[in-house]
Design a protein around this ligand. Structure first.
Ligand code: GLU
Length: 466
């Protein structure tokens, strides 16, 4: 194997892609791309009860949507596959047998009741609960025939020390772990075991993952060492919290990439915000090319990262404004059925893309535009002014005379009304806005004008006088 950097993203398909996991995927991807390394996608579906194919599919789709492409993974052939843990049970068995034959793992027949009793006793005595090693010394003949055992790793007496890229030097006394389970009574390898075999056989050089795995790392190092595998480098990123400093959840507006997608956020805005979670690129807006250049494990922070919906909205607004109109049209088209022409929609999206926070605001604004307005109280007041009547009459006359309406015609018409009525400022603009939209604020009047077009403007003014 070459000494190229190899990193992995290893989601468990027990839910949609969480924002925290997306950040983990991003950091691994940035590191791989920067180092000219490989980014591996591995599906950790050993929890057969909670893992589903639908979640797996959804995670893959969201990663694709974010454009975090992987070099090896379940849907791609690669030299170290399969990339799905549920297809690797035979591989794990080989290493389980190796540990057992070397006396580094042993079957345990203790019942749930005994283990629970032990736990309670230890807690009562003020000790951290852990397995007491009772089955370590069972001889073959002492092994019950009618119980399916679990397999425990025989934890050696030692201090596990490793240098985390973010947390620096860490040390753990293995004595507190107790002999932990590496294969369940159902014969399925546990997370801590499978992950080591996979990281080792897949040649993973750097493990970048959330701090929630920090307590697993020393256990995994013990297994790496027991099997004489080289131990990868580790970087455990701080967890992501909401502004109220509680773990990020739906309460904060969104917890998964799917939530954000459905709320109308663009992938580039999300990635931009994720780049700022635990990493200070020194730049507010950055392209992925820049992020690849700037990324550095050394510059990752140790303090918790705060997911800030308001900041994400600022990014999203800016990226929507910058986005190609055609791309936005494709995104919003399904909302419109056949009520508008492609040309009108393109025009309308172009006109309002600088004014919205989320993609879904575009159809919201435009659809409300297409409906006859409900006149709000304040707008009613504006329309009751005697000068309003005059302005609207002149407006109708002027519009009638035009073939089509565009920005130049709009300016011409407004100048004409101003001249004929002597009204200017609010007294000129407000009645027109009120009659056309039923509101006293919103989109620029010029845009409203062009989007509604001649027929609709005349209809709305006439309806007011009817
Ligand atoms: N499958 C684990 C998870 O989804 C990640 C394992 C790892 O990164 O080591 O939390």
């Amino acid at each position: 194997m070459s000494n190229k950097i190899r990193v992995r993203f290893a989601p468990s398909p027990t839910g949609h892609l969480h924002i925290g996991n997306a950040r983990t995927a991003l950091f691994n991807w940035l590191f791989a791309r920067q180092q000219d390394g490989q980014f591996v996608l591995r599906i950790e579906d050993t929890d057969t009860e909670r893992s589903t194919k639908a979640f797996e599919q959804s995670i893959l789709e969201d990663l694709e949507w974010l454009d975090l492409d992987w070099d090896e993974g379940p849907d791609k052939k690669g030299p170290f596959g399969p990339y799905q843990q549920s297809e690797r049970f035979g591989i794990y068995k080989k290493y389980v047998d190796k540990l057992t034959n070397q006396g580094k793992a042993y079957p345990c027949y203790c019942t749930h009741e005994r283990l629970e009793e032990l736990r309670q006793k230890q807690i009562k005595a003020g000790w951290p609960p852990r397995y007491d090693g009772r089955c370590r010394t069972l001889s073959k003949s002492e092994r019950p025939k009618d119980i399916k055992p679990v397999l425990r790793f025989l934890v050696p007496e030692r201090i596990v020390v490793f240098e985390d890229k973010i947390h620096k030097k860490l040390s753990f006394d293995a004595a507190v772990f107790g002999d932990f389970i590496i294969v369940g009574s159902d014969g399925i390898a546990t997370y801590n075991f499978a992950v080591v075999i996979d990281d080792a056989l897949m040649g993973i050089t750097h493990v970048i993952r959330g701090e929630d795995h920090l307590s697993n790392t020393p256990r995994q190092i013990l297994i790496f060492d027991a099997l004489c595998f080289p131990v990868p480098e580790y970087a455990h990123t701080p967890l992501i919290f909401g502004p109220d400093r509680t773990p990020l959840s739906k309460r904060h507006g969104a917890a998964s990439i799917k939530d954000l997608k459905e709320s109308g956020f663009l992938p580039e805005a999300i990635l931009n915000h994720l780049c700022h979670l635990g990493f200070s690129p020194g730049k507010e807006f950055l392209s992925m090319d820049e992020a690849v250049k700037l990324f550095s494990l050394q510059r990752l922070s140790r303090s918790p990262a705060i997911f800030d919906m308001e900041r994400l909205k600022i990014f999203n607004r800016a990226y929507i404004e910058k986005a190609e109109t055609n791309r936005l049209v494709n995104l919003v088209e399904p909302y419109f059925k056949e009520q508008v022409s492609e040309e009108w929609l393109k025009h309308a999206v172009e006109a309002i893309k600088g004014e919205v926070v989320a993609v879904k605001d575009i159809p919201k604004i435009l659809l409300s535009f297409l409906k006859q307005p409900i006149v709000e109280k304040e707008a009613e007041k504006v329309l009751e002014e005697p000068s309003a009547k005059e302005v609207l009459k002149v407006l109708a006359d002027a519009v009638e005379k035009q073939e089509t309406l565009n920005s130049d015609v709009y300016k011409e018409i407004m100048a004409g009304i101003k001249k004929r009525t002597g009204e200017s400022g609010k007294r000129l603009f407000m009645p027109i806005r009120a009659v056309l939209t039923g509101k006293v604020q919103g989109l620029e009047l010029e845009k409203i004008f062009v989007l509604l077009g001649k027929k609709e403007i005349l209809e709305r003014v006439r309806k007011h006088f009817a």
